[in-house]
Design a protein. Structure first.
Length: 170
């Protein structure tokens, strides 16, 4: 499919639209979390569990803590709530009893798809307006923007602790 003609835009205009999208997404996450009976932090952690599950990777509780930038104690609370709500279950590592694996509960997928399904369907329809090359550019940009955002957040956290920037570390 050939892409449609697009209006001209500057980087500043694109950043403005991105800021608006991020702000809307933050409110949306609150609404989605509420619909699932969760808070935003729990929903974010559930997203990391889903991502690992979809990639066929195991996710340890300590890995989740590092990924979510939470203490292991805070992640224990998150896992308690997610397990109580039947989104995940914990499995002990057979080789290392200290390690706990976080696994999606089989019943959770239908509940999650009920909420996210219509949203993702609308996004798929939106992507259908773009050529494969344009979608590839978007996917590339989102991946690179995620890296830039992570580095920037690392810098903000380091500055609040009085450490150097991630750029200086690399």
């Amino acid at each position: 499919m050939e892409g449609k003609a697009r209006p001209e835009a500057t980087a500043d205009q694109a950043l403005f639209e991105m800021d608006r999208l991020i702000a809307l997404a933050q409110f949306g996450q609150q609404d989605i979390a509420g619909r699932l009976g969760l808070n935003v932090t729990d929903l974010t952690c559930l997203g990391f569990v889903i991502e690992s599950s979809m990639a066929g990777r195991s996710l340890g509780a300590s890995d989740l803590a590092a990924r979510a930038r939470l203490s292991t104690g805070a992640v224990t609370g998150v896992l308690n709530r997610l397990e109580k709500a039947r989104f995940i279950r914990r499995e002990s590592d057979l080789k290392d009893r200290r390690r706990v694996w976080v696994v999606m509960d089989e019943s959770a997928q239908a509940r999650i798809l009920e909420v996210y399904g219509p949203f993702y369907e609308r996004l798929r329809l939106l992507f259908a307006d773009y050529s494969a090359d344009e979608v590839a550019v978007l996917a590339d940009w989102f991946g690179k923007a995620r890296t830039v955002m992570q580095e920037s957040l690392d810098d903000i956290r380091d500055a609040s602790r009085g450490e150097g920037s991630s750029a200086a570390r690399t």
